[in-house]
Design a protein. Structure first.
Length: 148
């Protein structure tokens, strides 16, 4: 999943502006583009579940491939928000999803489901920043935080 998501970051950098210009609903297009991109990696041997139930809440994407699961939570960073605040909220949310989902799968081996928090920076002033500042990859505890 790491390799696939790193590849997506490059795809996002090269193509997001073109897709955004043609998107009818710019709020949904980052979600849809990521899901479509991941579909090619799971096609045939896996599946992507969108808005998957985790307790009483719904995680954005649950990806099953070869019997193993990954969780992806997607956040949009909007004007007047900070990356840090959106990240903290997203980390709390995804840990809750992971814990609920792990217990529903009855995982007793102590292994945790890999989790990814993908934050799309939709702030208008940051679209002027160089891509080197907009594309990030950090591990926060057990969660990989990806900036796009």
């Amino acid at each position: 999943m790491d390799s696939l998501l790193k590849e997506f970051q490059g795809f996002w950098q090269e193509n997001s502006e073109i897709w955004e210009e043609n998107a009818d609903y710019t709020e949904a297009f980052p979600h849809l583009l990521l899901m479509a991109f991941l579909q090619r990696g799971t096609n045939g041997s896996g599946r992507i579940e969108r808005e998957y139930a985790a307790g009483r809440k719904w995680m954005d994407l649950a990806i099953e491939y070869d019997g193993k699961w990954d969780i992806i939570e997607i956040k949009l960073l909007r004007n007047r928000q900070t990356f840090e605040k959106v990240k903290v909220e997203g980390l709390k949310q995804i840990v809750g999803y992971r814990d609920s989902f792990s217990s529903s799968l009855r995982m007793k081996d102590g292994n945790k489901i890999p989790c990814y928090l993908v934050i799309f920076d939709r702030r208008s002033e940051d679209k002027k920043l160089p891509w080197e500042q907009r594309i990030t990859w950090n591990v926060e505890g057990e969660i990989t935080v990806i900036g796009c």
